[in-house]
Design a protein around this ligand. Sequence first.
Ligand SMILES: *[C@@H]1O[C@H](CO)[C@@H](O)[C@H](O)[C@H]1NC(C)=O
Length: 244
Amino acid sequence: MAAMRDLPFPFVLICLVFIRGYCPLPTTSQVTEMNPTGPVRSRGVSPEAHVLPPEDYYEGEETTTPIVPDRRSPDGGTSERCDYNPCSENQTPCAELAAATNCLCPGLPSHDDPPETPSLRSVSWNGSEVVLHWCAPNSHVTEYVVTVGGQDRKTFGKEQRSGALGDINNIAEVCVVAVNDAGNSDGSCMMYRPVDNSLPLKAGLIGGALGFLLLLLLAVLLWRRKRQRKQEASISMHNTAGTQ
Ligand SMILES: *[C@@H]1O[C@H](CO)[C@@H](O)[C@H](O)[C@H]1NC(C)=O
């Protein structure tokens, strides 16, 4: 039957659609599998291609450098800067370090002023929740308020530098605001885009639907051709019957 001979064609198309949909996955895993320090022989990729030197490999990684302190000390001395990282959690407040060891803190404005803006570093989905990380401003802070889409969402303690927000379903602006008795800082914000977990599923569905449509088209074409042939046959039969 002609239909049986023609059937594999749509299946090849479906397979092509699937391969197109999934192709980027093996490619990226190929890149991450490469060892940047050693010669690489990877499936079909020449050793020199795409191998980044280690420095480039780590480019873009977040580096949390402590804020450079104000070098002027109150007594004009040459104290060391305090061992204080504004991005780390649960530290001894810098003021206490300064009092204990006479080290230098980043400039601390007076308690009568609202805090300076903290620095939001990341907002990401960790597999079960949206998690954000931020760094403290050089200010007196009593708490941090996180807003999602302009609405207050959650409050975190002054020693915290990260927190979970639960789920966020829409693209939304996430901001962290430092608060003290004098008021609020400006928000440090990032756009959060929910990860689309259903991408492979969507690709599969689209591929399947396309394949189905092609099959349908093919069936209709075959059916029309068959009908045409039948008509032609009946016409010619009719004609032969007419001439006899
Ligand atoms: C995501 O973050 C929350 C809060 O920090 C934590 O409780 C949870 O275990 C994390 N999930 C994963 C998969 O790491």
